[in-house]
Every structure is written in C-alpha cells, then in structure tokens.
Design a protein around this ligand. Structure first.
Ligand code: ADP
Ligand code: MG
Length: 290
C-alpha cells in the first residue's frame, strides 16, 4: 500500500461552493462540531496489548442545511464518531458539540434524529404502529402524535404501505421506516449511520432521493457511507476518515486531483490505496482497515 497523503481540508463555508450561505458568511455557527476527538477502546483480549485507537484527533464542523457525507472504509471510526456525537461513547480526549451544547449534555440530543447502523423492528407491527410507539417514547403529546406520524410517513413516501406489517416490506422500505423513526421528533439534524448499506440499487436510489428531500425540508443530514456513488450525488461536503484519522474534508470537487473523474478515484488516492497489479483479485479498499 502506498503512503497515506496528508490531510486535505478545504475551509467552509466558502462563497465559491454555491451553497446558500452567502448572506450569512462569517456568522454561521456549526450545527455539529468535533474538536480534536480521540477515542481509545480498552484492549479486548486478556493477553494485553495497548488500547485500540479508534479515533485520533478528529476535527470537523457541519453547518445548517448541509448534507455531509462521512466516508471511510470499514473500521475507519465512523460509528465511533457518531456514538460520541450521540453521547453513547465518551471521548478519551477532545470535545464535541451539537447546537452549541456539549454532547455530554442531554439537551444537545433534543433536536437530533438518529438511524443506527443496525436496526431491528418488530415485523408484526405496521410502520404506523411502530412510529406511534416511538412518538410515545419521545413524549410527543397525543394531540400531535397522529399528525407527526403522517408527516414522517409522507416524507419517506411509505404511503398506504404504512398500514401493512413491516414483514411485507422490502429492505429499502424497512430502511425508510428507520428514517421515519428518526424523523418522528421533527429533528433539525439527522445522523444516519450507513443508511444505504445492504440495499439494492433501487433501495439506494430511494434513500438518496429521501436525503435530497430532507435537505429541501431544511434538515441538516450527517450520514456515513462507504458507498461512494451514493455520496457523489447528494453531498454538499464530505470528510474522508481512514484508520481513525481525517484525511480530507471539503466539497467533492475540491478533493479531486487533475485527471480524476470519480469520487472513488479520489478516495482511493486519499486513503493511500494502490492496487496490487500482480493480484488478479485485489483486496477491496473498503475493507482495508477492518
Ligand atoms: N466497543 C469497541 N471495543 C473495541 N474496539 C472497538 C469497539 N467499537 C469499535 N471498535 C474498533 O474501532 C475501530 C473503528 O470502528 P467503527 O467506529 O465501528 O468503524 P466504522 O463504523 O468506520 O466501520 C475498528 O477497528 C473497530 O474494530
Ligand atoms: Mg460503522
């Protein structure tokens, strides 16, 4: 494998990106920020060994209204970062804020919707029933509950299927139920961990369209992915994480070098992947770090 290039970070917001921040330039506060985050996990085996450094000095900021793609191969530290942002994992050092509040403060989570990497829903429930359950957990008053559920169902375009048991849904539809669940508290920020993972091309396209719709609704979306084709079409900016370290950050076009025509090419260069020409079946770059 070739040498990993140093981190390339493009300042943001920039007038030249075409993102609708011009009138606010200089005054925009990030909706989400991480400053020099480090996460070490305790050694898992009794044989010793040092702690596992899952995140090393991650600094990034996400601004209101952005769709931000958080990219990296398996094991890069994407879920760990999200777990810190959601207050599930305390950072070893560094700081993270959401809406200006430290993520250790539960108030930072009031305006977040979250789709975990792995979801399981009771398949005998309909989407409507499941969403009613979540609406109750969120303490949404009974008078507003049904309307909120209808709005979430409409946003994810489940339509009449919302009255059918989840067991009859395709994987893409199930993922949209997950996103509807994340929308039930009408959040301003959505944190989606690998929302297109395991979906077929149609399912991926549906989730992509949904992310675009959420942006139109004024939501900020921070999502992780290792499926670069998805990201290219929906993200305002991306960050590339590799082995716990930020390798690049900026609008996709700014990360491309001359001659590169796809995000995948830029991604492989940025993470330092050089295919082994002698091998008929090169190692997948997306599993390099796992
Ligand atoms: N609870 C844990 N204990 C020990 N190591 C962990 C734990 N969670 C994740 N890791 C390790 O930290 C690294 C980052 O994992 P993760 O954040 O899940 O990456 P990603 O979501 O990018 O695939 C991986 O090497 C993973 O094995
Ligand atoms: Mg993950």
């Amino acid at each position: 494998m070739g040498l990993v290039v140093s981190c390339r970070v493009v300042p943001w917001p920039r007038a030249s990106t075409g993102f609708a921040f011009g009138h606010m330039s200089g005054t925009i506060k990030p909706i989400l920020s991480a400053e020099n985050l480090r996460v070490e996990y305790r050694p898992t085996s009794r044989k010793g060994g040092g702690p596992k450094v899952a995140l090393n000095g991650l600094t990034l900021a996400v601004y209101p209204g952005e769709v931000f793609g958080f990219l990296g191969p398996n094991g890069a530290g994407k879920t760990t970062t999200m777990n810190v942002l959601l207050g599930f994992t305390p950072p070893t050092s560094g700081r993270a804020t959401i809406f200006g509040s430290d993520v250790r403060d539960p108030s930072s989570r009031q305006r977040i919707g979250y789709l975990p990497e792995l979801t399981y829903y009771y398949k005998f429930l309909t989407a409507f029933e499941l969403l009613r359950f979540y609406a109750k957990i969120f303490g949404i008053p009974a008078a507003q509950r049904e309307q909120r559920i209808e709005e979430a169902i409409q946003l994810v375009e489940l339509g009449a299927a919302a009255r059918r048991p989840i067991r009859t849904y395709s994987k893409g539809m199930q993922q949209r139920v997950g996103i509807a669940q994340a929308l039930i508290n009408n959040p301003d920020l959505l944190i989606l961990d690998e929302p297109t993972s395991g979906l077929d091309p149609i399912g991926r396209m549906e989730v992509r369209r949904l992310i675009q719709r959420l942006k139109k609704e004024g939501k900020t979306v921070f999502f992780s992915s290792h499926e670069l084709g998805e990201v290219e079409t929906v993200c305002d900016r991306v960050a590339i994480l590799f082995q716990g370290e930020l390798k690049a950050l900026g609008p996709i076009a700014s990360l491309m070098s001359p001659g590169e025509t796809s995000l995948e090419q830029a991604f492989l260069r940025i993470i330092g992947f050089t295919p082994n020409e002698e091998s008929a079946c090169p190692i997948s770059p997306l599993s390099l770090a796992s």
